[in-house]
Design a protein around this ligand. Structure first.
Ligand code: 5RP
Length: 247
Protein backbone atom coordinates (compact mmCIF):
# COMPACT_ATOMS: atom_id res chain seq x y z
CA UNK A 1 0.00 0.00 0.00
CA UNK A 2 1.42 3.41 -0.98
CA UNK A 3 1.99 5.70 2.01
CA UNK A 4 1.22 9.41 1.85
CA UNK A 5 3.82 11.67 3.44
CA UNK A 6 2.80 14.74 5.43
CA UNK A 7 3.10 17.97 3.39
CA UNK A 8 6.51 19.07 4.70
CA UNK A 9 8.07 15.65 4.31
CA UNK A 10 6.70 15.38 0.81
CA UNK A 11 8.14 18.82 -0.05
CA UNK A 12 11.56 17.77 1.28
CA UNK A 13 11.47 14.57 -0.72
CA UNK A 14 10.41 16.32 -3.93
CA UNK A 15 13.31 18.77 -3.65
CA UNK A 16 15.84 16.07 -2.80
CA UNK A 17 14.78 13.69 -5.57
CA UNK A 18 14.85 16.48 -8.19
CA UNK A 19 18.26 17.68 -7.03
CA UNK A 20 19.77 14.19 -7.28
CA UNK A 21 18.14 13.54 -10.66
CA UNK A 22 19.58 16.76 -12.07
CA UNK A 23 22.99 16.89 -10.36
CA UNK A 24 24.24 13.35 -9.76
CA UNK A 25 26.96 13.22 -12.46
CA UNK A 26 27.04 10.32 -14.94
CA UNK A 27 30.66 9.49 -14.06
CA UNK A 28 30.69 10.61 -10.45
CA UNK A 29 33.78 9.87 -8.34
CA UNK A 30 33.03 11.59 -5.05
CA UNK A 31 29.93 13.21 -3.59
CA UNK A 32 29.45 15.20 -0.38
CA UNK A 33 26.45 14.35 1.76
CA UNK A 34 25.24 17.06 4.16
CA UNK A 35 23.17 16.77 7.32
CA UNK A 36 19.56 17.10 8.39
CA UNK A 37 16.19 15.59 7.62
CA UNK A 38 16.03 16.64 3.93
CA UNK A 39 19.33 14.98 3.14
CA UNK A 40 17.76 11.68 4.23
CA UNK A 41 15.77 11.82 0.98
CA UNK A 42 18.92 12.66 -1.01
CA UNK A 43 20.48 9.42 0.19
CA UNK A 44 17.21 7.56 -0.36
CA UNK A 45 17.17 8.72 -3.99
CA UNK A 46 20.85 7.91 -4.53
CA UNK A 47 20.30 4.42 -3.16
CA UNK A 48 17.60 3.87 -5.83
CA UNK A 49 20.04 4.64 -8.67
CA UNK A 50 21.45 1.67 -10.62
CA UNK A 51 24.43 0.21 -8.70
CA UNK A 52 26.75 0.83 -11.66
CA UNK A 53 26.23 4.58 -11.11
CA UNK A 54 27.09 4.51 -7.42
CA UNK A 55 29.47 1.54 -6.96
CA UNK A 56 32.60 3.53 -7.78
CA UNK A 57 31.57 6.67 -5.95
CA UNK A 58 32.99 7.70 -2.57
CA UNK A 59 30.49 9.52 -0.35
CA UNK A 60 31.88 12.09 2.08
CA UNK A 61 29.75 12.82 5.18
CA UNK A 62 29.46 16.08 7.12
CA UNK A 63 29.02 14.46 10.51
CA UNK A 64 27.84 11.41 12.40
CA UNK A 65 24.27 11.49 11.06
CA UNK A 66 25.24 11.56 7.39
CA UNK A 67 27.95 8.98 8.00
CA UNK A 68 25.22 6.64 9.32
CA UNK A 69 22.98 7.40 6.35
CA UNK A 70 25.77 6.52 3.89
CA UNK A 71 26.68 3.30 5.68
CA UNK A 72 23.07 2.13 6.07
CA UNK A 73 22.41 2.76 2.37
CA UNK A 74 25.35 0.45 1.53
CA UNK A 75 27.26 3.27 -0.20
CA UNK A 76 31.03 3.62 -0.06
CA UNK A 77 32.07 5.84 2.84
CA UNK A 78 34.98 8.28 2.66
CA UNK A 79 36.25 10.99 4.95
CA UNK A 80 37.05 14.61 4.15
CA UNK A 81 40.45 14.47 5.86
CA UNK A 82 41.52 11.52 3.67
CA UNK A 83 40.13 12.92 0.45
CA UNK A 84 42.27 15.13 -1.75
CA UNK A 85 40.14 15.32 -4.93
CA UNK A 86 37.56 18.04 -5.48
CA UNK A 87 34.12 16.52 -4.81
CA UNK A 88 31.89 16.43 -7.91
CA UNK A 89 28.93 17.85 -6.02
CA UNK A 90 27.77 18.37 -2.44
CA UNK A 91 24.10 17.97 -1.47
CA UNK A 92 23.00 19.67 1.76
CA UNK A 93 19.99 21.15 3.56
CA UNK A 94 19.61 24.68 4.95
CA UNK A 95 17.75 26.54 7.68
CA UNK A 96 17.21 29.77 5.76
CA UNK A 97 18.00 30.74 2.15
CA UNK A 98 17.85 34.26 0.69
CA UNK A 99 17.26 35.24 -2.97
CA UNK A 100 21.07 35.31 -3.60
CA UNK A 101 21.24 31.73 -2.27
CA UNK A 102 23.12 32.86 0.81
CA UNK A 103 22.19 30.41 3.55
CA UNK A 104 22.04 30.02 7.29
CA UNK A 105 22.99 26.49 8.29
CA UNK A 106 23.81 24.69 11.50
CA UNK A 107 20.37 23.94 12.91
CA UNK A 108 21.67 20.39 13.31
CA UNK A 109 25.00 21.56 14.78
CA UNK A 110 27.02 20.25 11.81
CA UNK A 111 27.96 23.59 10.26
CA UNK A 112 31.75 23.28 10.52
CA UNK A 113 31.99 19.99 8.64
CA UNK A 114 29.23 21.14 6.28
CA UNK A 115 31.26 24.21 5.35
CA UNK A 116 34.46 22.21 4.99
CA UNK A 117 32.77 19.71 2.68
CA UNK A 118 30.91 22.46 0.75
CA UNK A 119 34.15 24.31 0.07
CA UNK A 120 35.73 21.05 -1.11
CA UNK A 121 33.11 20.52 -3.79
CA UNK A 122 32.76 21.80 -7.33
CA UNK A 123 29.24 22.98 -6.49
CA UNK A 124 26.78 22.98 -3.61
CA UNK A 125 23.21 21.86 -4.22
CA UNK A 126 20.84 22.96 -1.45
CA UNK A 127 17.68 20.97 -0.80
CA UNK A 128 14.89 22.36 1.37
CA UNK A 129 11.17 22.79 1.80
CA UNK A 130 9.30 26.05 1.21
CA UNK A 131 9.63 27.17 4.85
CA UNK A 132 13.31 27.89 4.35
CA UNK A 133 12.84 30.60 1.71
CA UNK A 134 13.57 34.05 3.10
CA UNK A 135 13.59 37.53 1.56
CA UNK A 136 16.50 38.59 3.75
CA UNK A 137 19.01 36.48 5.66
CA UNK A 138 18.56 36.20 9.42
CA UNK A 139 14.90 37.21 9.40
CA UNK A 140 13.28 33.76 9.22
CA UNK A 141 15.22 31.24 11.25
CA UNK A 142 14.23 32.21 14.80
CA UNK A 143 17.22 30.86 16.77
CA UNK A 144 19.55 33.11 14.74
CA UNK A 145 22.99 32.37 13.36
CA UNK A 146 24.47 29.12 14.71
CA UNK A 147 28.11 29.60 15.70
CA UNK A 148 30.46 26.78 16.67
CA UNK A 149 32.76 27.80 19.52
CA UNK A 150 35.54 26.28 21.59
CA UNK A 151 33.82 25.54 24.96
CA UNK A 152 36.40 27.46 27.01
CA UNK A 153 35.70 30.61 25.00
CA UNK A 154 31.89 30.37 25.04
CA UNK A 155 31.26 33.14 27.60
CA UNK A 156 33.73 35.49 25.91
CA UNK A 157 32.08 34.86 22.51
CA UNK A 158 28.62 35.50 24.04
CA UNK A 159 29.72 38.91 25.28
CA UNK A 160 31.37 39.81 21.94
CA UNK A 161 28.22 38.80 20.07
CA UNK A 162 26.09 41.01 22.33
CA UNK A 163 28.35 43.96 21.66
CA UNK A 164 28.07 43.29 17.92
CA UNK A 165 24.28 43.62 18.17
CA UNK A 166 23.05 40.08 18.71
CA UNK A 167 19.94 40.02 20.87
CA UNK A 168 20.22 37.34 23.56
CA UNK A 169 22.77 34.95 22.07
CA UNK A 170 22.59 31.63 23.93
CA UNK A 171 24.55 28.43 24.26
CA UNK A 172 22.47 25.69 22.63
CA UNK A 173 21.41 23.00 25.09
CA UNK A 174 20.38 19.44 24.35
CA UNK A 175 23.54 17.51 25.10
CA UNK A 176 23.86 14.80 27.74
CA UNK A 177 20.42 13.94 29.16
CA UNK A 178 19.20 17.11 27.40
CA UNK A 179 20.49 19.09 30.38
CA UNK A 180 23.97 19.98 29.19
CA UNK A 181 25.19 21.98 26.21
CA UNK A 182 24.83 20.49 22.75
CA UNK A 183 28.26 19.10 21.77
CA UNK A 184 29.19 19.12 18.10
CA UNK A 185 30.90 16.26 16.26
CA UNK A 186 34.11 18.24 16.82
CA UNK A 187 33.67 18.47 20.60
CA UNK A 188 32.62 22.13 20.61
CA UNK A 189 29.56 24.15 21.71
CA UNK A 190 27.02 25.91 19.49
CA UNK A 191 25.89 29.46 20.24
CA UNK A 192 22.67 30.59 18.55
CA UNK A 193 22.91 34.32 17.89
CA UNK A 194 19.81 36.18 16.71
CA UNK A 195 20.50 39.47 14.93
CA UNK A 196 17.42 41.73 14.93
CA UNK A 197 15.99 42.93 11.64
CA UNK A 198 18.28 40.77 9.63
CA UNK A 199 21.36 42.68 10.76
CA UNK A 200 24.46 40.56 10.41
CA UNK A 201 27.80 42.08 11.46
CA UNK A 202 30.04 42.50 8.47
CA UNK A 203 33.56 43.71 7.92
CA UNK A 204 32.60 46.15 5.20
CA UNK A 205 29.14 47.40 4.37
CA UNK A 206 30.30 48.00 0.80
CA UNK A 207 30.31 44.27 0.08
CA UNK A 208 26.93 43.10 -1.11
CA UNK A 209 25.72 40.53 -0.22
CA UNK A 210 27.44 41.17 3.11
CA UNK A 211 30.41 39.10 4.07
CA UNK A 212 30.13 38.23 7.74
CA UNK A 213 33.85 38.30 8.51
CA UNK A 214 33.42 39.92 11.89
CA UNK A 215 31.96 36.78 13.43
CA UNK A 216 34.93 34.71 12.29
CA UNK A 217 37.41 37.12 13.82
CA UNK A 218 36.16 36.59 17.39
CA UNK A 219 38.67 34.51 19.34
CA UNK A 220 37.06 31.15 20.10
CA UNK A 221 34.77 31.05 17.04
CA UNK A 222 35.53 27.93 15.01
CA UNK A 223 33.00 28.66 12.27
CA UNK A 224 29.63 30.31 11.76
CA UNK A 225 26.56 29.09 9.94
CA UNK A 226 26.36 31.84 7.34
CA UNK A 227 27.15 30.31 3.98
CA UNK A 228 27.74 33.31 1.80
CA UNK A 229 27.24 32.35 -1.84
CA UNK A 230 30.33 34.31 -2.96
CA UNK A 231 32.55 32.30 -0.61
CA UNK A 232 31.96 29.02 -2.29
CA UNK A 233 31.62 27.28 -5.61
CA UNK A 234 28.38 27.70 -7.59
CA UNK A 235 25.23 27.14 -5.56
CA UNK A 236 21.92 25.79 -6.81
CA UNK A 237 18.85 25.37 -4.61
CA UNK A 238 15.74 23.21 -4.85
CA UNK A 239 12.68 23.99 -2.74
CA UNK A 240 9.76 21.61 -2.42
CA UNK A 241 6.69 23.86 -2.48
CA UNK A 242 3.29 23.52 -0.77
CA UNK A 243 1.54 22.91 -4.09
CA UNK A 244 3.68 19.88 -4.88
CA UNK A 245 6.01 21.66 -7.30
CA UNK A 246 9.76 22.23 -7.01
CA UNK A 247 11.04 25.76 -7.29
C1 5RP B 1 22.63 20.92 10.02
C2 5RP B 1 22.10 21.77 8.92
C3 5RP B 1 20.93 21.24 8.17
O1 5RP B 1 21.29 21.08 6.83
C4 5RP B 1 19.79 22.20 8.32
O2 5RP B 1 19.52 22.32 9.71
C5 5RP B 1 18.54 21.75 7.58
O3 5RP B 1 18.00 20.62 8.17
P1 5RP B 1 16.61 19.99 7.70
O4 5RP B 1 16.83 19.42 6.32
O5 5RP B 1 16.33 18.94 8.74
O6 5RP B 1 15.58 21.09 7.71
O7 5RP B 1 22.58 22.82 8.62
O8 5RP B 1 23.68 21.56 10.69
Amino acid sequence: MATTLPLIESAKRLAAYRAVDEHFPPNARSIGIGSGSTVVYVVERISLLPRERTDHVTFIPTGYQSRELIVKAGLRLGSIDMHTETLDVVFDGADEVDPYLNCIKGGGACLFQEKLVAISGRKLVVVADFRKLSPSLSTHYAPGVPIEVVPLAANYVLSRLSSLGSSAPTIRMGGAAKAGPCITDNGNFIIDAPFPDGFIPMASSSISPPRPLTLKSIVGVVEHGIFWAGDRKPVTAYFGMEDGTVS
